[in-house]
Design a binder for this molecule. Structure first.
Ligand SMILES: Cc1cc2nc3c(=O)[nH]c(=O)nc-3n(C[C@H](O)[C@H](O)[C@H](O)COP(=O)(O)OP(=O)(O)OC[C@H]3O[C@@H](n4cnc5c(N)ncnc54)[C@H](O)[C@@H]3O)c2cc1C
Length: 379
Protein backbone atom coordinates (compact mmCIF):
# COMPACT_ATOMS: atom_id res chain seq x y z
CA UNK A 1 0.00 0.00 0.00
CA UNK A 2 1.40 3.40 -0.87
CA UNK A 3 1.06 6.22 1.65
CA UNK A 4 0.00 9.55 0.28
CA UNK A 5 0.56 12.95 1.83
CA UNK A 6 -1.12 14.54 -1.15
CA UNK A 7 -3.82 13.03 -3.38
CA UNK A 8 -3.36 12.58 -7.12
CA UNK A 9 -5.80 15.51 -7.60
CA UNK A 10 -3.66 17.72 -5.41
CA UNK A 11 -0.53 16.76 -7.31
CA UNK A 12 -2.26 17.50 -10.60
CA UNK A 13 -3.46 20.87 -9.28
CA UNK A 14 0.09 21.68 -8.13
CA UNK A 15 1.50 20.84 -11.56
CA UNK A 16 -1.15 22.82 -13.43
CA UNK A 17 -0.71 25.93 -11.24
CA UNK A 18 3.08 25.64 -11.48
CA UNK A 19 2.73 25.69 -15.27
CA UNK A 20 0.53 28.80 -15.08
CA UNK A 21 3.06 30.46 -12.77
CA UNK A 22 5.90 29.60 -15.13
CA UNK A 23 4.09 31.26 -18.02
CA UNK A 24 3.76 34.50 -16.03
CA UNK A 25 7.06 34.39 -14.12
CA UNK A 26 8.71 37.07 -12.01
CA UNK A 27 7.67 39.92 -14.35
CA UNK A 28 4.00 39.06 -13.99
CA UNK A 29 1.21 41.57 -14.35
CA UNK A 30 -0.97 41.06 -11.27
CA UNK A 31 -4.30 41.79 -12.99
CA UNK A 32 -3.59 39.40 -15.87
CA UNK A 33 -2.53 36.57 -13.59
CA UNK A 34 -5.48 37.21 -11.26
CA UNK A 35 -8.02 36.94 -14.06
CA UNK A 36 -6.36 33.95 -15.70
CA UNK A 37 -6.13 32.10 -12.38
CA UNK A 38 -9.79 32.92 -11.79
CA UNK A 39 -10.85 31.69 -15.22
CA UNK A 40 -9.07 28.41 -14.61
CA UNK A 41 -11.03 28.02 -11.37
CA UNK A 42 -8.05 28.44 -9.05
CA UNK A 43 -9.17 31.52 -7.10
CA UNK A 44 -12.47 29.99 -6.12
CA UNK A 45 -11.19 26.46 -5.66
CA UNK A 46 -12.20 26.56 -1.96
CA UNK A 47 -15.64 28.12 -2.46
CA UNK A 48 -18.88 26.12 -2.61
CA UNK A 49 -19.80 24.69 -6.01
CA UNK A 50 -23.37 25.98 -5.83
CA UNK A 51 -21.94 29.52 -5.80
CA UNK A 52 -19.52 29.04 -8.65
CA UNK A 53 -16.58 27.72 -6.67
CA UNK A 54 -14.60 24.54 -6.97
CA UNK A 55 -16.04 22.85 -3.89
CA UNK A 56 -12.60 22.22 -2.40
CA UNK A 57 -11.02 23.67 0.72
CA UNK A 58 -8.08 25.62 2.07
CA UNK A 59 -5.85 22.64 1.23
CA UNK A 60 -6.45 23.27 -2.48
CA UNK A 61 -6.30 27.06 -2.20
CA UNK A 62 -2.98 26.89 -0.36
CA UNK A 63 -1.54 24.72 -3.13
CA UNK A 64 -2.48 27.40 -5.66
CA UNK A 65 -0.85 30.22 -3.71
CA UNK A 66 2.28 28.21 -2.88
CA UNK A 67 2.87 27.22 -6.49
CA UNK A 68 2.35 30.75 -7.82
CA UNK A 69 4.78 32.02 -5.19
CA UNK A 70 7.31 29.34 -6.07
CA UNK A 71 7.13 30.56 -9.68
CA UNK A 72 7.91 34.10 -8.50
CA UNK A 73 4.40 35.49 -8.98
CA UNK A 74 2.50 35.35 -5.69
CA UNK A 75 -1.02 36.78 -5.46
CA UNK A 76 -1.20 38.34 -1.99
CA UNK A 77 -4.91 39.08 -2.28
CA UNK A 78 -5.60 35.33 -2.34
CA UNK A 79 -4.82 35.38 1.38
CA UNK A 80 -7.64 37.82 1.86
CA UNK A 81 -10.28 37.65 -0.86
CA UNK A 82 -11.13 33.95 -1.32
CA UNK A 83 -9.52 32.68 1.89
CA UNK A 84 -10.81 35.05 4.59
CA UNK A 85 -13.72 36.88 3.00
CA UNK A 86 -14.93 33.99 0.84
CA UNK A 87 -14.78 31.56 3.76
CA UNK A 88 -16.56 33.86 6.21
CA UNK A 89 -19.33 34.68 3.72
CA UNK A 90 -19.71 31.02 2.70
CA UNK A 91 -19.94 29.91 6.32
CA UNK A 92 -21.90 32.74 7.91
CA UNK A 93 -23.33 34.98 5.18
CA UNK A 94 -26.98 35.26 4.23
CA UNK A 95 -28.16 33.76 0.96
CA UNK A 96 -28.23 37.22 -0.56
CA UNK A 97 -24.64 37.91 0.54
CA UNK A 98 -23.51 34.57 -0.84
CA UNK A 99 -25.18 35.23 -4.17
CA UNK A 100 -23.81 38.76 -4.35
CA UNK A 101 -20.22 37.87 -3.51
CA UNK A 102 -19.18 34.24 -3.85
CA UNK A 103 -19.56 33.77 -7.64
CA UNK A 104 -17.78 37.09 -8.20
CA UNK A 105 -14.94 36.28 -5.78
CA UNK A 106 -14.59 32.91 -7.51
CA UNK A 107 -14.50 34.24 -11.07
CA UNK A 108 -12.24 37.10 -10.07
CA UNK A 109 -14.57 39.89 -11.19
CA UNK A 110 -14.76 41.19 -7.63
CA UNK A 111 -12.18 41.25 -4.87
CA UNK A 112 -12.59 41.85 -1.16
CA UNK A 113 -9.95 43.21 1.23
CA UNK A 114 -9.89 42.55 4.97
CA UNK A 115 -9.28 45.07 7.74
CA UNK A 116 -8.71 44.22 11.36
CA UNK A 117 -5.41 45.93 12.33
CA UNK A 118 -5.69 49.32 14.02
CA UNK A 119 -3.03 51.89 14.90
CA UNK A 120 -3.58 51.49 18.65
CA UNK A 121 -4.43 47.82 18.69
CA UNK A 122 -1.91 46.01 16.43
CA UNK A 123 -1.18 42.56 17.83
CA UNK A 124 -3.80 43.07 20.51
CA UNK A 125 -6.95 42.78 18.42
CA UNK A 126 -9.07 42.66 21.56
CA UNK A 127 -8.37 46.36 21.78
CA UNK A 128 -9.86 47.44 18.47
CA UNK A 129 -12.20 50.40 18.76
CA UNK A 130 -13.85 50.66 15.33
CA UNK A 131 -17.43 50.82 16.50
CA UNK A 132 -20.76 50.19 14.82
CA UNK A 133 -23.97 51.65 16.12
CA UNK A 134 -27.50 51.39 14.80
CA UNK A 135 -29.42 54.33 13.46
CA UNK A 136 -32.62 53.77 15.44
CA UNK A 137 -34.76 55.31 12.68
CA UNK A 138 -33.50 53.44 9.63
CA UNK A 139 -31.84 50.34 11.09
CA UNK A 140 -28.67 51.28 9.18
CA UNK A 141 -25.25 50.77 10.73
CA UNK A 142 -22.90 53.71 11.34
CA UNK A 143 -19.27 52.63 11.44
CA UNK A 144 -16.49 54.80 12.87
CA UNK A 145 -12.83 54.01 13.40
CA UNK A 146 -9.35 53.70 11.90
CA UNK A 147 -7.43 50.83 10.35
CA UNK A 148 -3.82 50.51 9.26
CA UNK A 149 -1.72 48.32 6.93
CA UNK A 150 -4.78 47.09 5.07
CA UNK A 151 -3.72 45.47 1.78
CA UNK A 152 -5.29 46.03 -1.61
CA UNK A 153 -8.11 48.39 -0.62
CA UNK A 154 -7.63 50.28 -3.90
CA UNK A 155 -8.18 47.18 -6.03
CA UNK A 156 -10.89 45.64 -3.84
CA UNK A 157 -14.56 46.34 -4.48
CA UNK A 158 -15.17 46.25 -0.75
CA UNK A 159 -13.33 45.66 2.50
CA UNK A 160 -14.52 43.28 5.20
CA UNK A 161 -14.05 45.44 8.28
CA UNK A 162 -13.81 44.04 11.78
CA UNK A 163 -15.70 46.38 14.06
CA UNK A 164 -17.52 46.04 17.33
CA UNK A 165 -21.06 46.46 18.45
CA UNK A 166 -22.24 47.09 21.94
CA UNK A 167 -23.82 44.15 23.70
CA UNK A 168 -27.19 45.48 24.85
CA UNK A 169 -27.11 43.36 28.02
CA UNK A 170 -23.55 43.76 29.23
CA UNK A 171 -22.55 46.98 27.46
CA UNK A 172 -19.33 45.22 26.37
CA UNK A 173 -18.08 45.55 22.83
CA UNK A 174 -18.01 42.41 20.72
CA UNK A 175 -16.43 41.86 17.29
CA UNK A 176 -18.60 42.01 14.19
CA UNK A 177 -17.86 41.92 10.48
CA UNK A 178 -19.12 44.48 7.96
CA UNK A 179 -18.85 44.69 4.19
CA UNK A 180 -17.80 48.25 3.37
CA UNK A 181 -17.91 49.20 -0.34
CA UNK A 182 -14.81 50.99 -1.64
CA UNK A 183 -16.74 54.16 -2.52
CA UNK A 184 -18.89 54.36 0.64
CA UNK A 185 -19.27 57.92 1.89
CA UNK A 186 -16.98 58.64 4.84
CA UNK A 187 -14.63 55.75 3.94
CA UNK A 188 -11.23 57.22 3.01
CA UNK A 189 -7.82 55.70 2.45
CA UNK A 190 -4.23 56.89 2.38
CA UNK A 191 -1.49 54.77 0.87
CA UNK A 192 1.31 53.91 3.28
CA UNK A 193 4.79 54.40 1.90
CA UNK A 194 6.14 50.86 2.37
CA UNK A 195 9.69 49.74 1.56
CA UNK A 196 8.17 46.71 -0.06
CA UNK A 197 8.31 45.86 -3.75
CA UNK A 198 4.96 44.23 -4.30
CA UNK A 199 2.05 44.47 -6.67
CA UNK A 200 -0.31 45.16 -3.75
CA UNK A 201 -0.29 48.33 -1.66
CA UNK A 202 -1.08 48.92 2.00
CA UNK A 203 -3.44 51.61 3.28
CA UNK A 204 -4.46 53.51 6.34
CA UNK A 205 -8.25 53.77 6.48
CA UNK A 206 -10.55 56.23 8.15
CA UNK A 207 -14.21 55.37 8.69
CA UNK A 208 -16.13 58.44 9.65
CA UNK A 209 -19.75 57.56 10.37
CA UNK A 210 -19.88 55.32 7.32
CA UNK A 211 -23.55 54.53 6.75
CA UNK A 212 -24.17 50.90 5.81
CA UNK A 213 -27.42 49.06 5.18
CA UNK A 214 -28.54 46.52 7.78
CA UNK A 215 -27.42 43.68 5.51
CA UNK A 216 -23.81 44.88 5.50
CA UNK A 217 -23.32 42.85 8.67
CA UNK A 218 -21.95 39.38 7.89
CA UNK A 219 -23.12 36.65 10.18
CA UNK A 220 -24.59 36.76 13.59
CA UNK A 221 -24.09 39.80 15.77
CA UNK A 222 -23.59 37.47 18.72
CA UNK A 223 -21.26 34.86 17.22
CA UNK A 224 -18.31 37.24 17.47
CA UNK A 225 -14.95 35.56 17.79
CA UNK A 226 -16.03 32.20 16.42
CA UNK A 227 -16.87 33.77 13.06
CA UNK A 228 -13.75 35.83 13.06
CA UNK A 229 -11.52 32.82 13.59
CA UNK A 230 -13.30 30.97 10.84
CA UNK A 231 -11.56 33.54 8.62
CA UNK A 232 -8.33 34.05 10.54
CA UNK A 233 -7.25 30.41 10.49
CA UNK A 234 -7.41 30.23 6.67
CA UNK A 235 -5.46 33.51 6.63
CA UNK A 236 -2.67 31.94 8.66
CA UNK A 237 -2.60 28.82 6.51
CA UNK A 238 -2.52 30.95 3.37
CA UNK A 239 0.26 33.13 4.77
CA UNK A 240 2.21 29.94 5.33
CA UNK A 241 1.61 29.04 1.67
CA UNK A 242 2.73 32.50 0.62
CA UNK A 243 5.93 32.18 2.67
CA UNK A 244 6.74 28.66 1.51
CA UNK A 245 6.24 29.72 -2.10
CA UNK A 246 8.56 32.70 -1.71
CA UNK A 247 11.16 30.59 0.09
CA UNK A 248 11.07 27.98 -2.67
CA UNK A 249 11.44 30.66 -5.33
CA UNK A 250 14.50 32.17 -3.63
CA UNK A 251 16.04 28.76 -2.96
CA UNK A 252 15.51 27.75 -6.60
CA UNK A 253 17.36 30.82 -7.86
CA UNK A 254 20.22 30.19 -5.42
CA UNK A 255 20.58 26.53 -6.37
CA UNK A 256 20.68 27.38 -10.08
CA UNK A 257 23.36 29.96 -9.41
CA UNK A 258 25.41 27.71 -7.11
CA UNK A 259 25.45 24.97 -9.75
CA UNK A 260 26.99 27.21 -12.40
CA UNK A 261 29.10 29.78 -10.66
CA UNK A 262 32.74 28.71 -10.32
CA UNK A 263 35.47 30.88 -8.83
CA UNK A 264 37.86 28.03 -7.95
CA UNK A 265 37.95 24.65 -9.60
CA UNK A 266 34.40 23.61 -8.75
CA UNK A 267 31.03 25.36 -8.77
CA UNK A 268 30.41 27.20 -5.49
CA UNK A 269 27.58 24.72 -4.78
CA UNK A 270 30.24 22.06 -4.17
CA UNK A 271 31.46 23.97 -1.11
CA UNK A 272 29.54 22.69 1.87
CA UNK A 273 29.44 26.15 3.38
CA UNK A 274 27.18 27.05 0.46
CA UNK A 275 25.44 23.69 -0.03
CA UNK A 276 24.50 22.83 3.54
CA UNK A 277 22.56 25.99 4.40
CA UNK A 278 20.65 25.56 1.12
CA UNK A 279 19.89 21.95 2.06
CA UNK A 280 18.75 23.13 5.50
CA UNK A 281 16.52 25.75 3.92
CA UNK A 282 14.96 23.06 1.75
CA UNK A 283 14.31 20.83 4.78
CA UNK A 284 12.80 23.71 6.75
CA UNK A 285 10.47 24.59 3.88
CA UNK A 286 9.38 20.96 3.52
CA UNK A 287 8.70 20.72 7.26
CA UNK A 288 6.71 23.93 7.20
CA UNK A 289 4.66 22.57 4.32
CA UNK A 290 3.86 19.42 6.29
CA UNK A 291 2.49 21.52 9.13
CA UNK A 292 0.57 23.67 6.66
CA UNK A 293 -0.98 20.54 5.16
CA UNK A 294 -1.96 19.35 8.63
CA UNK A 295 -3.57 22.70 9.43
CA UNK A 296 -5.46 22.77 6.13
CA UNK A 297 -6.58 19.19 6.60
CA UNK A 298 -7.93 19.90 10.10
CA UNK A 299 -9.61 23.10 8.97
CA UNK A 300 -11.27 21.49 5.96
CA UNK A 301 -12.43 18.61 8.18
CA UNK A 302 -14.26 21.13 10.38
CA UNK A 303 -11.95 20.98 13.40
CA UNK A 304 -11.65 24.73 14.06
CA UNK A 305 -9.86 24.30 17.39
CA UNK A 306 -7.27 21.80 16.16
CA UNK A 307 -6.79 23.87 13.03
CA UNK A 308 -6.14 26.98 15.13
CA UNK A 309 -3.09 25.53 16.82
CA UNK A 310 -1.75 23.93 13.65
CA UNK A 311 -2.36 27.09 11.58
CA UNK A 312 -0.37 29.14 14.08
CA UNK A 313 2.49 26.66 14.06
CA UNK A 314 2.44 26.42 10.27
CA UNK A 315 2.54 30.20 9.90
CA UNK A 316 5.44 30.40 12.36
CA UNK A 317 7.43 27.60 10.73
CA UNK A 318 6.81 28.91 7.21
CA UNK A 319 7.67 32.51 8.12
CA UNK A 320 10.95 31.47 9.71
CA UNK A 321 11.81 29.06 6.89
CA UNK A 322 11.09 31.77 4.33
CA UNK A 323 13.26 34.38 6.06
CA UNK A 324 16.17 31.93 6.32
CA UNK A 325 15.81 30.67 2.74
CA UNK A 326 15.77 34.19 1.32
CA UNK A 327 18.71 35.26 3.46
CA UNK A 328 20.78 32.27 2.35
CA UNK A 329 19.74 32.72 -1.28
CA UNK A 330 20.91 36.32 -1.32
CA UNK A 331 24.20 35.32 0.29
CA UNK A 332 24.73 32.52 -2.24
CA UNK A 333 24.72 34.99 -5.10
CA UNK A 334 27.44 37.15 -3.57
CA UNK A 335 27.28 40.64 -5.08
CA UNK A 336 24.65 39.51 -7.52
CA UNK A 337 22.39 38.88 -4.57
CA UNK A 338 22.03 42.62 -4.31
CA UNK A 339 21.53 43.50 -7.99
CA UNK A 340 18.20 44.34 -9.49
CA UNK A 341 18.97 41.95 -12.35
CA UNK A 342 18.75 38.93 -10.06
CA UNK A 343 15.90 40.44 -8.06
CA UNK A 344 16.55 38.63 -4.78
CA UNK A 345 17.43 41.51 -2.45
CA UNK A 346 13.89 42.90 -2.47
CA UNK A 347 12.73 39.55 -1.11
CA UNK A 348 14.63 40.30 2.11
CA UNK A 349 12.00 42.91 2.91
CA UNK A 350 9.15 40.87 1.47
CA UNK A 351 10.07 37.76 3.45
CA UNK A 352 9.82 39.69 6.71
CA UNK A 353 6.12 40.23 6.11
CA UNK A 354 5.49 36.57 6.84
CA UNK A 355 7.20 36.98 10.21
CA UNK A 356 5.06 39.97 11.18
CA UNK A 357 1.66 39.44 9.55
CA UNK A 358 -1.08 38.52 10.08
CA UNK A 359 0.11 37.54 13.53
CA UNK A 360 3.69 38.06 14.59
CA UNK A 361 6.25 35.43 15.47
CA UNK A 362 6.11 36.46 19.14
CA UNK A 363 2.34 36.25 19.35
CA UNK A 364 2.48 32.69 18.02
CA UNK A 365 5.16 31.79 20.54
CA UNK A 366 2.89 33.33 23.19
CA UNK A 367 -0.02 31.25 21.93
CA UNK A 368 1.96 28.02 22.05
CA UNK A 369 3.43 28.90 25.46
CA UNK A 370 0.00 29.54 26.97
CA UNK A 371 -2.43 27.38 25.03
CA UNK A 372 -0.29 24.38 24.23
CA UNK A 373 2.20 24.29 27.08
CA UNK A 374 0.03 25.86 29.78
CA UNK A 375 2.65 28.41 30.83
CA UNK A 376 1.52 31.64 32.52
CA UNK A 377 1.01 34.89 30.60
CA UNK A 378 3.26 37.94 30.80
CA UNK A 379 0.65 40.37 29.47
C1 LIG B 1 2.70 44.04 4.19
C2 LIG B 1 1.65 43.98 5.25
C3 LIG B 1 0.34 43.73 4.88
C4 LIG B 1 -0.67 43.71 5.85
N1 LIG B 1 -1.97 43.51 5.44
C5 LIG B 1 -2.96 43.57 6.36
C6 LIG B 1 -4.33 43.45 5.95
O1 LIG B 1 -4.64 43.28 4.76
N2 LIG B 1 -5.30 43.53 6.89
C7 LIG B 1 -5.01 43.74 8.21
O2 LIG B 1 -5.95 43.81 9.02
N3 LIG B 1 -3.72 43.87 8.64
C8 LIG B 1 -2.71 43.79 7.74
N4 LIG B 1 -1.39 43.92 8.16
C9 LIG B 1 -1.10 44.22 9.56
C10 LIG B 1 -0.46 43.09 10.34
O3 LIG B 1 -1.40 42.08 10.60
C11 LIG B 1 0.16 43.71 11.61
O4 LIG B 1 1.28 44.46 11.21
C12 LIG B 1 0.52 42.69 12.65
O5 LIG B 1 -0.64 42.11 13.21
C13 LIG B 1 1.37 43.29 13.79
O6 LIG B 1 0.75 44.43 14.33
P1 LIG B 1 1.59 45.79 14.50
O7 LIG B 1 2.23 46.09 13.18
O8 LIG B 1 0.70 46.82 15.09
O9 LIG B 1 2.75 45.44 15.50
P2 LIG B 1 2.70 45.54 17.11
O10 LIG B 1 1.49 44.84 17.62
O11 LIG B 1 2.93 46.94 17.51
O12 LIG B 1 3.99 44.67 17.50
C14 LIG B 1 5.31 45.19 17.38
C15 LIG B 1 6.30 44.15 17.89
O13 LIG B 1 6.03 43.86 19.26
C16 LIG B 1 5.85 42.46 19.44
N5 LIG B 1 4.84 42.22 20.50
C17 LIG B 1 3.61 42.80 20.63
N6 LIG B 1 2.97 42.29 21.68
C18 LIG B 1 3.78 41.35 22.24
C19 LIG B 1 3.70 40.46 23.37
N7 LIG B 1 2.61 40.42 24.12
N8 LIG B 1 4.73 39.65 23.60
C20 LIG B 1 5.84 39.67 22.82
N9 LIG B 1 6.00 40.48 21.76
C21 LIG B 1 4.98 41.30 21.48
C22 LIG B 1 5.38 41.95 18.08
O14 LIG B 1 5.67 40.57 17.94
C23 LIG B 1 6.18 42.82 17.13
O15 LIG B 1 7.45 42.28 16.92
C24 LIG B 1 -0.36 43.92 7.21
C25 LIG B 1 0.98 44.14 7.58
C26 LIG B 1 1.98 44.18 6.63
C27 LIG B 1 3.39 44.44 7.07
Amino acid sequence: MSVMIETEEHKALRAAVAALGKRHGRDYVREDLWSEAAKLGYLGVNLPEEYGGGGGGIAELSIVLEELGAAGCPLLMMVVSPAICGTVIARFGTDAQKRAWLPALADGTRTMAFGITEPDAGSNSHRITTTARRDPDTGDWLLTGRKVFISGVDIADATLIVGRTEDSRTGRLKPCLFIVPRDAEGFTRRQIDMELQAAEKQFELVLDDVRLPADALVGDEDAGLLQLFAGLNPERIMTAAFAIGMGRYALGRAVEYARDRAVWNTPIGAHQAIAHPLAQAHIDLELARLMMQKAAHLYDAGDDVGAGEAANMAKYAAGEACVRAVDQAVHTLGGNGLTREFGLASLITASRVARIAPVSREMILNYVSHQTLGLPKSY
